[in-house]
Design a protein around this ligand. Structure first.
Ligand SMILES: [Zn+2]
Length: 77
């Protein structure tokens, strides 16, 4: 089983379809048992959708704060 930090790192590639079958299976296995990372997946999808729609704009402060908190949380583990 991969760690939360690994799962979140893979999440972006996963959303972009850049992972191979083994990596996708590892991410999905983790997401199936980890509620926290399920939340991260939703957040990543949200953020990715926002970035796709607003490529030239700054992140809203609340999204930026949440992204920063997420990344800092991962560093602590
Ligand atoms: Zn997790």
């Amino acid at each position: 089983m991969i760690s939360c930090a690994q799962a979140v790192r893979e999440l972006w590639d996963y959303l972009d379809g850049l992972v191979d079958d083994a990596e996708r299976a590892a991410v999905e296995e983790h997401l199936s048992v980890c509620r926290r990372c399920c939340g991260e997946l939703e957040f990543a999808e949200e953020l990715r959708g926002f970035l796709a729609r607003n490529a030239d704009e700054e992140l809203p402060p609340d999204v930026h704060a949440r992204l920063t908190a997420t990344l800092h949380g991962l560093e602590g583990r």
